[in-house]
Design a protein around this ligand. Structure first.
Ligand SMILES: [Zn+2]
Ligand SMILES: [Zn+2]
Length: 340
């Protein structure tokens, strides 16, 4: 193959168009990946709309990539990678190795983090080239379409929970049942937490139970969410997956002493929480970024072990624009995944 197709955005805020590109050899420390699936994440809007610095156009976005290695750059085979290996590349698309967090071994908060579709062309394409430190192995038993969303939605919820203050048996609430939340509930249950799903509307109770949730709280019901959590004994952790600052802040009174609100859903609105709500009961509010390539690999392995799958809607590359619009409109309940 001498050329391959990408779904690119020509100008900031513009639409997607499928164009041909010349196949290039991966440089030193990089591999070329034949993309089999790429999830569409709400964060893609940062790049498509040039909402962050350093985005260049034409842009190939996509940071939930799953596929197979089809060419090795210099210095990659001696790091254990082979042509044909099944790999995922997520939000963590490589780190600089020289900033202070990198030198401290905390690569996910690298000051020069390389996110695919921002730092380099991402996965809305038949092929992409990624640095070797961004690669996570996909275990047998997990399809490319199931693995792709694990690179961002999956690892963020999985890591958000396993790095939280909760231990086995603790009451953990997952706020939101969308692309992140429906995975968060499954992980929370598999990790041994007494799991509460919080979402809007009584009709989602059945779905929450199907995912394994032990309790369901309808945030539109007369009883306030915090009150409902207190009735269950108070949450040790609330994982706020919904990009809704108001809904996240409303859970704080439902945390038990030393409880933790972990924020992973993006929103520009301020979190309205008073110091008094935190002080006496020693509550914690913190943000959680995604996870490194090893974290993605752990997420994939845990998902395969426990039979945890994202709910996806697959779309061919030519329909990237329609799929992106569907994600934006909220019509796609879970993850839209392109299958080039
Ligand atoms: Zn993402
Ligand atoms: Zn760095």
């Amino acid at each position: 193959m001498s050329s391959y197709r990408v779904a690119q955005v020509g100008v900031a805020g513009g639409g997607f168009e499928v164009v041909e590109r010349e196949v290039r050899q991966p440089g030193p420390g990089h591999v070329r990946i034949a993309v089999e699936a790429c999830g569409i994440c709400h964060s893609d809007t940062f790049f498509v709309n040039a909402g962050v610095p350093g985005v260049s156009f034409p842009l190939v976005t996509g940071h939930e990539i799953a596929g197979r290695i089809d060419a090795l750059g210099e210095g990659t085979s001696d790091r254990g990678w082979r042509v044909g290996d099944r790999v995922a590349v997520g939000w963590f698309g490589g780190s600089c190795g020289y900033c202070t967090p990198c030198r401290q071994g905390d690569f996910i908060v690298c000051e020069n983090l390389k996110v695919p579709g921002w730092a380099y062309d991402g996965g809305f394409a038949e092929m992409t080239v990624a640095p070797v430190d961004a690669l996570a192995r996909i275990p047998e038993g997990l399809s490319a379409t199931a693995a792709a969303p694990m690179g961002c939605a999956g690892v963020t919820t999985f890591n958000g929970l396993r790095r939280s203050a909760a231990g086995p048996g603790d009451l953990v609430a997952v706020l939101g049942l969308g692309g992140l939340g429906h995975l968060g509930v499954q992980y929370a249950v598999a990790m041994g937490f007494e799991t509460v799903a919080i979402a809007r509307g009584a009709e989602k109770a059945d779905f929450a139970k199907q995912l394994g949730a032990h309790h369901y709280v309808d945030s539109t019901a007369d009883t306030e969410v915090a009150e409902a959590l207190r009735e269950l004994g108070g949450a040790k952790v609330v994982l706020a997956t919904a990009g809704n600052a108001e809904a996240a802040a409303a859970t704080v009174e439902g945390l038990r002493p030393r409880g933790e609100l972990v924020v992973i859903g993006a929103d520009n609105a301020p979190l309205e929480i008073s110091p008094l709500q935190l002080l006496m009961s020693a509550k914690v509010v913190r943000g959680h970024p995604s996870g490194t390539a090893q974290d993605v690999q752990d997420t994939l392995a845990f998902s395969a072990l426990h039979g945890i799958h994202p709910m996806v809607e697959t779309v061919p590359l030519e329909q990237a624009g329609e799929a992106y619009e569907r994600m934006l409109s909220g019509a796609a309940r879970f993850r839209m995944v392109l299958t080039p």
